[in-house]
Design a protein around this ligand. Sequence first.
Ligand code: SF4
Ligand SMILES: [Zn+2]
Length: 353
Amino acid sequence: MNDGLANAEHETAELIDEINETAFERWYERRRRRLRIRDRGSLSREDTDAGATAWPSALWKCTRRRYYDEHDAPKEGRLPRGRFWVGRQVETELVIPFLDSRLEDDSHYVQGSVWVEIPLEDEGGTVTLRGCTDPCIVDANGNPLLVTEVKTCDPPHRDAPADHHIRQLQAYLGAFRELDQTSEPTGVVLYVDRRDFTLRSFEVPFDPTIWKEVRCQAREHRDIVGSDQLPPANPEYDWECDVCPYRHRCGESTMPFADRPEKGFLPLLETYTRSAVREHLAAHSTVDLTPTLADRFPELAEHATVVPWTCGRCAAAISSFDRTYHPGDRPLCPHCAEAGSIVELTPPTLDEN
Ligand code: SF4
Ligand SMILES: [Zn+2]
């Protein structure tokens, strides 16, 4: 037997020695403990009624968008679930296993997320900062040591983390410090390029100045959502309007609306989902259905008042039709049609709605 073959046989024998009952038991127990800790933080939300809620992920969004969110304005279309789904997959299938692979001993663990909830009080009342972190590295007692903020992105890697990602992370770092004076975790922003899954990391140590800003912003948020005045539109980035579910109502689209209040459906807008319509009707007994939505969701129209279309010529008020017109076109007055005239009906105005 030559030396090469003898060495290979020796290595194989060593490997086989490693694959035994004791090693399996040790591995299995370690894996069980790590999985239990990994999934511990994926809590369901426990709502409490202690004042307004401020979410670290939303604190710096456009003020008006937050107002619409908090006042349950009906969303004007589906959420871009694809992006959200990719983000979750990247966390669970890449980031968590990667972090876990970095931890060689049993004094540190990866927890999928940690629920944070801290009431902030001042003379104006209480606002509760609530949120769920991205994966954290914790000690054996579950105290967070490193909090990540994972972002999937298309463009090439950045040279520095974005301000709003830093602020979001600082909100968690500050909250952990206030909740437990002995816990002083640091943060890291991880950018994962969704095209090729390359990763770039930036350490973000706790910054007491930004934490103070977070607290101010949370108080401001409480005051905005507690008011019944539509606040100004002030997105920090242009893309916020592109992905905003209230852009028609707000006035950032080609539809003829602007600065509309949070209640009611926009005439002629077809993109509301069934669940958005159902929930908005259930939350506001004074809101009526537009004929466009009654036509799309006849089962909801059975239990709601439908504001009619009107004919400018014969003054007929008409709430439902056989669907003989193309979506997006205005329907024709059936009475005038019978009399030989083609007259387009006028949709309800927003105030009638
Ligand atoms: S469309 Fe733009 S400005 Fe209007 S609420 Fe949404 S984010 Fe704010
Ligand atoms: Zn008519």
